[in-house]
Design a binder for this molecule. Structure first.
Ligand SMILES: [Zn+2]
Length: 89
């Protein structure tokens, strides 16, 4: 990860100094959309140096949760699915 990406990304959506969000549980970088919600647009490459960023594991995350028979919208997910623990095996 280059210095620029380090400087301008964080896991804190409300940090206005960092336009890039890193969502650890999905291994996903995105551009924050400050419209009052907390959505973001996934980016595949670093905007500054062009480095390939991790491929988002968002779909995989939902697949695994589904396999466990959990509805992530209404039920709590196991702790490891709130972090990167589930894919760092
Ligand atoms: Zn970079």
């Amino acid at each position: 990860m280059c210095d620029k990406l380090k400087e301008f990304s964080s896991e804190d959506f409300d940090n206005v100094d960092t336009p890039i969000i890193f969502i650890r549980k999905f291994d996903e970088y995105g551009l924050k959309i400050w419209d009052g919600g907390s959505s973001s647009i996934v980016i595949d490459f670093c905007p500054w140096c062009g480095e390939k960023l991790p491929t988002s594991k968002r779909d995989q995350w939902f697949e695994e949760i589904e396999k466990l028979g959990i509805d992530p919208w209404t039920e709590d997910v196991p702790d490891k699915y709130s972090t990167d623990a589930w894919y760092r095996k």
